[in-house]
Design a protein around this ligand. Structure first.
Ligand code: G
Ligand code: G
Ligand code: G
Ligand code: MN
Ligand code: NA
Length: 248
């Protein structure tokens, strides 16, 4: 409850920060894009982990406001770089279920990218597979609209959801991210087989595949052998502040 109250105040005071973690080309370490991650350092409560405050925000109906504020921070960062004539990178924003299915989701994205003068192709939306895409028809329409407006999309935590792999071919998404629990356990034959299947599936559907939570040289080597080209994880970079990202 304390967290819920403070979170509301923090959102009003715009205290929620954004960190960026690169998605890299596994073979070279070259940065391909970034993922934006919410960070909260409360003057009253100290540092609170997103695993704690994201569920609170979801329960309290604040998640959309939080994710919209992260989007604005990212757009502002991109605009500053664009104005300075610096190179832009694509940035992925995590989008919760309620936010994804909310009627203002697409209009807000279109409106804000136009306001900041940032082309939609620089913004990617990551939606967790855990939602199971119960309402597959609506999900299809939302992904299709994102595509039509030129936004990139991604299915996060892939492999942990409750749906079969077959629904994936119906969704017009450009990327899937293999959940880090699988990357962690690739030494097990069964898990390795799952990772191999996901990579082949993505390839067959013409989607980009990203391995999450790459922590070791061994994992990198195995992923490359399986034909996975892009990864994200502590082996390459930890999430960093916008200022740190500017130094890359
Ligand atoms: O950032 P890690 O560094 O600790 O994030 C923990 C979890 O919180 C991850 O599952 C991540 O996807 C989630 N998370 C971080 N920022 C956001 C956000 O803005 N929205 C949503 N829905 N989840 C987020
Ligand atoms: O309509 P609703 O009450 O769900 O709107 C919630 C929030 O979404 C409001 O803050 C509103 O300003 C925002 N919103 C809805 N549609 C748009 C839009 O097209 N552009 C912008 N900028 N904000 C919108
Ligand atoms: O669920 P999502 O993919 O959005 O989660 C991103 C989360 O994963 C963040 O909490 C981020 O800090 C964390 N993360 C990123 N790379 C690694 C890694 O190599 N190992 C572990 N354990 N966590 C990671
Ligand atoms: Mn994510
Ligand atoms: Na994930």
């Amino acid at each position: 409850l304390r967290i819920a109250n403070e979170l509301t105040a923090a959102l009003r005071r715009e205290e929620i920060d954004v960190h960026l973690q690169p998605k890299v080309e596994l073979s070279t370490g070259k940065i391909m894009s970034f993922e934006a991650l919410a960070r909260w350092n409360s003057p009253e409560l100290g540092t609170i982990a997103p695993d704690v405050f994201i569920p609170v925000a979801e329960k309290n109906g604040k998640i959309r406001m939080l994710e919209q504020s992260l989007l604005k921070r990212v757009l502002s960062w991109l605009k500053t770089r664009q104005d300075k004539g610096l190179e832009l990178s694509q940035v992925a924003i995590n989008v919760s279920t309620d936010h994804f299915f909310h009627h203002s989701f697409i209009p807000y994205l279109v409106d804000q990218t136009a306001e900041y003068g940032i082309e939609p192709k620089w913004i990617q939306l990551e939606i967790t597979e855990r939602i199971g895409f119960v309402d597959i028809e609506t999900a299809y329409k939302v992904f299709k609209q994102l595509l039509n407006y030129g936004f990139a999309s991604s299915i996060d935590d892939f492999g942990t959801g409750y749906s079969s792999l077959s629904y994936l071919q119906k969704l017009p998404v450009t990327e899937i991210k293999i959940d880090r629990s699988f990357i962690n356990n690739m030494h097990e034959q069964q898990t390795l087989a799952i990772v191999r299947t996901i990579i082949q599936l993505a390839e067959n559907l013409g989607m980009r595949v990203v391995a999450e939570g790459v922590e070791t040289e061994e994992q990198k080597r195995m992923l490359l052998a399986l034909g996975c080209r892009i990864g994200q994880g502590y082996f390459y970079y930890r999430p960093m502040s916008l200022d740190e990202a500017n130094l890359l």
